[in-house]
Design a binder for this molecule. Structure first.
Ligand SMILES: [Zn+2]
Ligand SMILES: [Zn+2]
Length: 316
C-alpha cells in the first residue's frame, strides 16, 4: 500500500503567475493565459484577455464590467462548494469573505488536498459571502499581513470615528469591494450621515444589488447637494481622492488596511479586507495542514512561528 504524497511542485510561479502543471491552469495569472482559475475580481488577481476563465458568477460579472469584451473568450461559472474537474485536478470554490464572489480554491489531486486562499478576511462583512474553511494537506495562504505586529483594529470602532467629524467627509476607497463595505458600515454605525458615491462606483453598486448584496442607502454625488450641509460622506476612488488634495472645508480620509499608505494617521480609516496575523493562525488551525505555502507577502514570520511543527515554504 502506498500513501499519497504532497507534490512539492504542485503549483509553481512562472512569469505568468502561479501555475499548476497537473491541471494545466494558472491561478490568478498576472498575464493572459489559456486556462485561468480566478479567485476574485480585484485587478491584481483578474487580468483581461485570458482564453478560458473559471470563476464565480459574481467575479465574471465584475470582470465583464471592467474589461468589456476583452474580459475572456469563454467562461465557466463555478458555484461555491460544487467541484469542477480541470484535467486531473478537482477544484472546489470555498467562500473567502474578501469581497462579493471571492473564492478560495481547493485543489485535489492524487489523494492530496491543496487549498489556495487567495485574498481572504475573517471580519464580518454584509456585502459578501462569509468565509468558510476546509481541512487540507497543504494550505497555500496569502501572507500580506503575516506579521505578529499586525493586528487589524475593529472596523466598527474605525467607522464610528465618522460620527465625531462634524464637517463633510471625502472618503477615498477602492471602488470594488471596499466602497460597498463602507456604505454598509456607514448605514449601520453612522446612520445620520448621507452617503454620496462617485459616478464610477455606481455600476459596481448596481452589480452588488443585482446579486442580492445591496450595500444600503446612498446617492450619486452632485456638487450642489454637498454645498449647504455638513453631514455628507462622499466616497471616491483613489484617483479622484488624490485630485482633491487641496480641497478645503472637508475632512479627507482614506480607507485602507495599510498602516503606512498615508503619511498621516489622522487621515486614515484602518479597515482591511485581508487577514491579519491572528486570522492567519486561525485559518491554519481550521485547515489543519501538514504544510503551509506562502505567497503575496513575507512568510518568514510564519516559518519561525511554526518551527518544526508545520513545514512552511515561501513560494515567492
Ligand atoms: Zn483582493
Ligand atoms: Zn490581492
Amino acid at each position: 500500500m502506498t500513501y499519497p504524497m504532497i507534490l512539492s511542485d504542485f503549483v509553481c510561479f512562472d512569469l505568468k503567475g502561479l501555475y499548476c502543471k497537473y491541471g494545466d491552469f494558472y491561478i490568478d495569472p498576472v498575464q493572459p493565459v489559456t486556462t485561468a482559475v480566478i479567485s476574485h475580481a480585484h485587478a491584481d488577481h483578474a487580468v483581461s484577455g485570458n482564453n478560458t476563465v473559471y470563476a464565480t458568477a459574481a467575479t465574471l460579472a465584475f470582470m465583464q464590467l471592467r474589461y468589456g469584451k476583452n474580459a475572456f473568450r469563454t467562461s465557466v461559472a463555478v458555484c461555491y462548494n460544487q467541484p469542477v474537474q480541470i484535467r486531473d485536478v478537482k477544484i472546489t470554490f470555498i467562500p473567502a469573505g474578501h469581497m462579493l464572489g471571492s473564492a478560495q480554491i481547493l485543489m485535489e489531486y492524487n489523494g492530496i488536498k491543496y487549498f489556495y486562499t487567495g485574498d481572504y478576511k475573517l471580519q464580518p462583512d454584509t456585502t459578501c459571502e462569509p468565509i468558510e474553511w476546509v481541512t487540507a494537506d497543504v494550505l497555500i495562504t496569502e501572507s500580506t499581513f503575516a506579521n505578529p505586529q499586525i493586528i487589524h483594529p475593529d472596523p466598527v470602532v474605525e467607522i464610528k470615528k465618522l460620527n465625531d467629524i462634524k464637517i463633510n467627509i471625502l472618503l477615498g476607497a477602492y471602488g470594488l469591494g471596499k466602497s460597498q463595505r463602507l456604505i454598509s458600515l456607514i448605514n449601520t454605525y453612522a446612520p445620520q450621515k448621507i452617503i454620496l458615491v462617485h459616478h464610477k462606483i455606481m455600476p459596481i453598486n448596481a452589480l452588488y444589488e443585482k446579486q442580492g448584496f445591496a450595500p444600503g442607502c446612498y446617492q450619486v454625488y452632485s456638487r450642489k447637494l454637498m454645498k449647504n450641509r455638513d453631514e455628507f460622506v462622499y466616497i471616491v476612488p483613489p484617483f479622484t481622492f488624490d485630485s482633491y488634495i487641496r480641497a478645503t472645508g472637508v475632512k479627507r480620509l482614506f480607507a485602507s488596511g495599510w498602516k503606512n499608505l498615508q503619511a498621516n494617521e489622522q487621515d486614515t480609516l484602518y479597515i482591511s479586507d485581508h487577514a491579519d496575523w491572528n486570522d492567519i493562525l486561525e485559518t491554519v488551525s481550521r485547515t489543519q495542514p501538514k504544510q503551509v505555502w506562502t505567497l503575496h507577502g513575507n512568510g518568514l514570520h510564519l516559518k519561525k512561528h511554526f518551527g518544526d511543527d508545520i513545514f512552511v515554504k515561501l513560494l515567492n
